[in-house]
Design a protein. Structure first.
Length: 101
């Protein structure tokens, strides 16, 4: 009997990315890493555009979402930001920010 995967927190994922890529990412620096992040956001936009046009590629869509999160974690790592804590502070403290998203 196969067991479901162990849940992963955002902090777990950020640490996974740090363990695998930190040396290369920190050597590249924030500016160049941000360009990689933006490129991945563009690829996600393309995948979402295909979805809107009725030409969904589910595997590609999921891959691009994962890539965007990974590059965001990379930026956070090289900037010294704990994403989970930042999210808790902004969205869970005192009811979160006002307004809508």
């Amino acid at each position: 009997m196969e067991h479901p995967p162990t849940p992963m927190t955002l902090r777990d994922f950020q640490q996974l990315i740090r363990d695998r890529y930190y040396a290369t990412d920190s050597a590249r620096g924030p500016a160049k890493t941000y360009l990689w992040f933006v490129e991945e956001v563009g690829e996600l936009a393309h995948a979402l555009g295909n979805l809107e046009k009725g030409k969904p590629d589910r595997a590609n869509l999921e891959e691009e979402f994962a890539d965007v999160i990974a590059w965001l974690a990379t930026l956070a790592n090289i900037s010294g930001v704990d994403l989970e804590q930042a999210i808790r502070t902004k969205y869970l403290t005192d009811g979160g920010p006002e307004g809508t998203k």
